[in-house]
Design a protein around this ligand. Structure first.
Ligand SMILES: Cc1ncc(COP(=O)(O)O)c(C=O)c1O
Ligand SMILES: [Zn+2]
Length: 404
């Protein structure tokens, strides 16, 4: 069993690993700290094809508390055709859109709901821009927990349907994600509900670091040169950095300090990109996000400051893409690699393209583009730009005339 504790990201004070997420001394966020057992590459061979293969590096103490819907170990696709179009020889898509609930959120949600079981909590929930809703709801269903979702009322239809189908109580808040988040925080604390991305956040973020572990293992334990990550709250980008650092600490990877982290945000909600471009270490919140990338519409990103630090630490960049560029990128990815992503993935691909055009990525660099959500969850914006198929009479002669 791996020994864990909680440590304040700011003042470094340590705490026992309990249901706690903020430092008593300085109100900084708490991170899980580990004393890892000896680990080798062979530790993970012949293990299950889910992120639970990295059990020793995760914060669950007892395997009986694992609530798994078999997420993770998603394909790392060598994107030959997209690479050719963009001018890269070593481009990889981490296709996390094929997780069980069709986004990367199955990773953090699975760890947090398992931890809720380990803590003996009786209900779970989340504040969501859409994808976390179904990821939390599905894990709650599997674990037998009631689940409360707090989300803006204007998120995509499919995401609401999906979360409801798993049996969650869906609270559609007439407001922004930040409004939903504030309400979830207050209700979670007053009613003792484990809100996966708020009062269980220290554990939740640990799930997303498996996006680093898998990429490293799939690259046969090589360190990539560039990583393009879509950013909302910033939790995932921060967790990916932590994941690579931990692999270096247990000697599974060489020097990770040469990696370049690239934060991708949508125009209309790009507070981290704005701060990066101003050279500021603080993020000014966007009050009313306006973008088709609704899953990234977090105006006041909880980990914004830490993303800016990570970009400095990892020779990084931050860039935005507008709605038109996002839609073009969705189609480019679909039509080259056969991968259909939602706007968040379009943001990654569009920003990747800008980085290449700006000469920030060399054609032989190993580049990972994280595609984190599935296109079927967000067809609304795309349907507005795609031609509607004309309904035709079921007549071979007439139809064969239009098949060239
Ligand atoms: C598909 C998708 N990608 C990326 C993100 C951004 O993750 P984070 O909020 O950890 O930055 C989200 C957040 O909801 C998402 O749903
Ligand atoms: Zn502290």
């Amino acid at each position: 069993m791996t020994k864990t504790s909680l440590q304040c990201r700011e003042c470094k004070k340590e705490y026992e690993s309990t249901f706690k997420y903020i430092c008593d001394e300085c109100f900084g966020p708490l991170d899980v700290k580990y004393e890892f057992p000896p680990i080798t590459k062979n530790t993970f061979t012949n293990r299950e094809h889910t992120y639970w293969r990295y059990f020793e590096l995760l914060p669950i103490q007892n395997k009986s508390n694992i609530i798994s819907i078999n997420a993770g170990m998603t394909p790392l696709v060598k994107a030959e055709k997209l690479g050719e179009k963009l001018g890269l020889n070593n481009l990889y898509i981490k296709n996390d859109s094929v997780n069980p609930t069709f986004s990367f959120k199955d990773r953090p949600a699975g760890i947090a709901v398992s931890k809720a079981k380990e803590f003996g909590l009786s209900a779970v929930g989340c504040a969501s821009t859409g994808n976390l809703a179904s990821a939390t709801a599905a894990h709650a269903a599997k674990g037998g927990f009631p689940c409360y979702v707090f989300a803006p009322s204007d998120i995509e239809h499919a995401k609401i349907a999906q979360a409801l189908a798993y049996g969650s109580k869906f609270i559609a808040v007439d407001g922004t994600y930040d409004d939903a988040n504030r309400i979830a925080a207050q209700i979670g604390d007053s009613k003792g509900i484990g809100i996966v991305n708020i009062n269980l956040r220290s554990y939740y973020v640990e799930g997303s670091k498996t996006l680093a572990y898998e990429v490293a293992e799939q690259l046969d334990w090589q360190v990539p040169d560039h990583l393009v990550v879509p950013v909302g709250s910033g939790a995932m980008l921060n967790a990916i950095c932590k994941g690579f650092e931990e692999l270096q600490n247990v000697s599974l990877l060489g020097d990770v300090s040469k990696m370049h982290m690239i934060a991708a945000q949508p125009h209309g909600c790009a507070p981290i990109v704005d701060a990066f471009k101003l050279g500021s270490s603080d993020v000014i919140p966007v009050e009313n996000p306006d973008t088709i990338a609704k899953s990234l519409a977090i105006g006041d990103p909880g980990d914004g400051r830490y993303v800016l630090k990570r970009l400095k630490q990892y020779n990084g960049f931050a860039e935005e893409s507008n709605n038109r560029e996002i839609l073009d990128a969705i189609l480019l990815l679909a039509r080259t690699e056969g991968i259909f992503t939602e706007p968040a993935g379009g943001v990654s691909v569009a920003v990747l393209k800008k980085m290449i055009d700006d000469g920030k990525i060399d054609k032989n660099d190993t580049t990972i583009c994280y595609v984190t959500g599935n296109g079927l969850k967000a067809t609304e914006a795309l349907m507005e730009v795609l031609p509607k198929p004309e309904v035709m009479q079921a007549d071979v002669a007439k139809i064969s005339a239009v098949v060239k």
